[in-house]
Design a binder for this molecule. Structure first.
Ligand code: G4P
Length: 530
């Protein structure tokens, strides 16, 4: 229990949202509270511009800049907060999924006008798989949004999570007057671009207090009283344990751009958000307060700029203390490695660090030694589990245009897929190589990098698949039989796991019905428990 104090003061989380819901704006406000940045707009300039979708080099260039903001560390009221950035661009969704394996909780931003959107749904699925505690921030209350009860109902239904309102809004759009804090029983009046100082808070002895009518007007005060009675009646007080188990998500209403409702959320966050927790491995659970160091790589960022050929592997510390220049055991390669200049991420600058503790993320310069899911320890042999691969959505066959460069191509494909840029499948019993990605952009990235970095020239041929399902069975004979019958649709992933490539949902459902002994999975664990 050597590092208990360090562990207890850390909170490691990510903000997730559908693009445009306000993630960048909220991030910036949080950093302002933490004193990590001084001026508004500092984070914004690092954002991948939404409109540059057709130009992957531009996106990569911006992603390069965004390495500096991949992890933003700041202190607030004595708590050390590690905020892990997640790319908003949907083609990098896989990056986001992986980042979610490295955090202890998330804040979900929902646009009050648009409600639950596609990307939110998928990100929340990942959170639910891991029972990640979630706080919801309903943003843009200064715009005419959906009815708040209907919105909450929609979120609950769409994301299969119980919500617990912590604040309650008074109107929205141009009539937005502020929020009532249900736990503290006070009112914060809305002023655009507020500095969120305490002077906006109106203390109320109870809901019958005439101050309410004075501040809100009789009609809105009456509505608030009715709403609060209803909400309180249904929800009562938040049970923090339910939040920590991922069963209930506290909800805050606000407007990030106006810095309204953000402080309430941040104060609650540091009070209830989980500290780094124990983690499962292939061998045994690793307690966060063990003395010995352990951690895993959850993301690798390659630099496309030929002048800076470095890759950065992101290590999440899970137990013990990470130290600069100390030898650690790289389990997969079975060798000891040390790092001269590991760095931590303070907003907008990279600093070499001497040590890091559970919950921290360390950037390691890498020349190709790491792949996603790699584990570092002080000698023990295990891998952290719960780092999944998800089914890609676009599949293309790799056509080698230059047979003289076959070796380079194979090496390139292996290395790029180690980085998690894409997934590689090999046709069962054949040689056909199929690449699976979440977005079209990745194919451009792969084609470009194979040529630039490996001298291999490729083309892609579209494949008519919609999902890759990892297949398993308790009955090995049945699995063999299915594989033989369906060989045209069977491939192996890089680790030799069998995958069924489904042309459509209809095909998949048919195979499911016809083959009750076969299990179809949309995700695959990189490391499985023994
Ligand atoms: P993202 O990272 O989730 O993609 O969203 P981002 O913060 O960039 O916000 C998307 C747009 O929504 C931005 O406007 C931002 O100013 C606006 N926004 C954020 N919070 C609020 C809010 O509480 N109320 C209102 N009305 N708007 C909000 P933009 O025009 O796309 O960018 P910019 O020109 O303002 O930088």
């Amino acid at each position: 229990m050597k590092y208990q104090t360090e562990i207890e003061r850390r909170r490691t989380f990510a903000i997730i949202s559908h693009p445009d819901a306000g993630k960048t704006t909220l991030t910036e406000k949080l950093l302002l509270f933490g004193g990590a940045i001084q001026t508004a707009g500092a984070v914004k300039s690092n954002k991948i511009k939404k409109h540059a979708t057709s130009d992957f080099m531009e996106i990569e260039r911006q992603r390069g800049i965004s390495v500096a903001t991949s992890v933003m560390t700041f202190e607030y009221k004595g708590i050390l907060i590690n905020l892990l950035d997640t790319p908003g661009h949907k083609d990098f969704a896989e990056d986001t999924y992986r980042t979610l394996t490295a955090v202890d909780s998330v804040i979900l931003v929902v646009d009050s006008v648009n409600g639950v959107e596609d990307q939110t749904r998928r990100l929340m699925e990942v959170c639910r798989m891991r029972d990640t505690p979630v706080i919801v921030f309903i943003n843009k209350m200064d715009r005419d949004g959906k009815n708040r009860f209907e919105l909450l109902e929609e979120i609950e239904k769409e994301l299969s999570i119980h919500l617990h309102p912590m604040t309650w809004p008074i109107n929205s759009g141009k009539d937005f007057k502020g929020v009532y804090n249900l736990a503290e029983k006070n009112l914060r009046l809305f002023t655009a671009n507020t500095r969120a100082d305490e002077s906006d808070i109106v203390q109320i002895s109870d809901l019958a207090d005439p101050v309410l009518d004075e501040k809100l007007g009789e009609r809105d005060a009456a509505t608030l009283r009715e709403d609060v009675e209803l909400v309180d009646g249904v929800h009562g007080e938040l049970v923090v344990e339910d939040y920590l188990q991922g069963k209930v998500a506290p909800v805050f209403f606000g407007s990030a751009v106006n810095n309204f409702g953000v402080k309430e959320m941040l104060d609650t966050f540091i009070r209830i958000a989980p500290i780094p927790r124990d983690r499962e491995t292939t061998k045994r659970p690793v307690a966060v307060d063990e003395d010995k160091f352990s951690g895993f790589i959850f993301k690798i960022h390659a630099n496309l700029d030929p002048k800076h050929r470095d890759r950065i592997a992101f290590l999440r510390v899970c137990s013990g203390k990470f130290e600069r220049n100390k030898y650690f055991h790289h389990v997969r390669l079975d060798k000891d490695v040390r790092f001269n200049n590991p760095y931590s991420f303070l907003a907008r600058s990279k600093d070499v660090i001497e040590e890091a503790y559970p919950g921290d993320v360390v950037g390691l310069f890498d020349t190709g030694n790491f792949k996603i899911g790699d584990t570092l320890t002080e000698g023990e042999e295990f891998y952290f589990t719960g780092i999944p691969s998800f089914s890609p959505e676009i599949f293309k066959e790799v056509i080698n245009k230059d047979p003289m460069k076959t070796k380079q191509l194979e090496k390139g494909l292996l290395q790029l897929t180690d980085e998690g840029v894409a997934q590689l499948f090999t046709q069962f019993g054949g040689n056909k190589k199929i690449i699976g990605c979440v977005g079209e952009l990745q194919f451009e990235v792969i084609q470009y990098r194979l040529l630039q970095e490996y001298g291999a020239s490729v083309e892609f041929r579209a494949q008519p698949y919609y999902k890759a399902c990892w297949i398993t069975s308790k009955n090995p004979e049945k699995l063999k039989e299915f594989t033989r019958f369906k060989s045209a649709n069977i491939a192996e992933d890089k680790d030799g796991h069998l995958v069924y490539l489904a042309q459509s949902e209809w095909f998949l459902n048919t195979e499911r019905t016809n083959n009750p002994d076969i299990e179809f999975h949309f995700t695959s664990e990189i490391h499985k428990t023994d």
